[in-house]
Design a protein around this ligand. Sequence first.
Ligand code: SF4
Length: 263
Amino acid sequence: MEIMERLQKVRKSGLTFAVEGGSQRLRDAINKNVTEEDLLNTCRIAFEGGWNSVKLYYMLGLPTETDEDIIGIAEMANQVLHCWRTYAKNKNRGVKITVSTSCFIPKPHSPFQWEAQISIEEYLRRVNLLRSSIVARNVTYNWHDAETSLIEAVLSKGDRRVADAIEEVWRQGGRLDAWTDYFSFERWMRAFEKCGVDPAFYANREIPPDSVLPWDHIDVGVRKEHLLHEREMCYRSELSPDCRKQCSACGAARLLKGGRCDG
Ligand code: SF4
């Protein structure tokens, strides 16, 4: 509440919550330490404090995600709406609940570095499932486009062969591609084809854990065994302990002065 009051003094914009996963099981699997209770409590405080705009952000395609988890996103949005109906001070202004999703992009040096990104077709199937599950009028659903996420996954998991394609995009006029106005999916696909890069090979293929990864020569401290262990915990939907309270010796400390993390 204190932070919200301070925010209010500057600009009363909407509040955004990065919930990431539509069920507690999935949030535990990815170590997202947010419960439905946390979210609803915060929304209650916001609605009591006069806020009437809430954005809920999720990812689709997280490892272990099921259709049930996706439907859970719509159910959560309904709960937030119910919360507004119960606690909002001024209901005349109405409420705006926005659900946003983007496609999960596996990242190097994370427990999901071996994972495949779901295909564009599968992402759109999940988007449609969510879209048809959101029925309340006050809930708007926006989704990040699938093409950009595919390119991001290729860049994320690419090796040095992808460098030629990046250069080719630049030669074909690609600039400031993070801006939708400038982004051209076709230009990327043309460049991939010209350079012999198959985007699905990088984005949509699960890498066997014993493979040499393109970024293996970069030592960020955390041991591969630790990442694999965290990945296994994800598959079992188990939360990892907060390492500020219980160190699981990930390996990062050895790069720090004195060889230890002081939290
Ligand atoms: S406390 Fe440091 S060494 Fe231990 S798990 Fe956390 S980051 Fe790794």
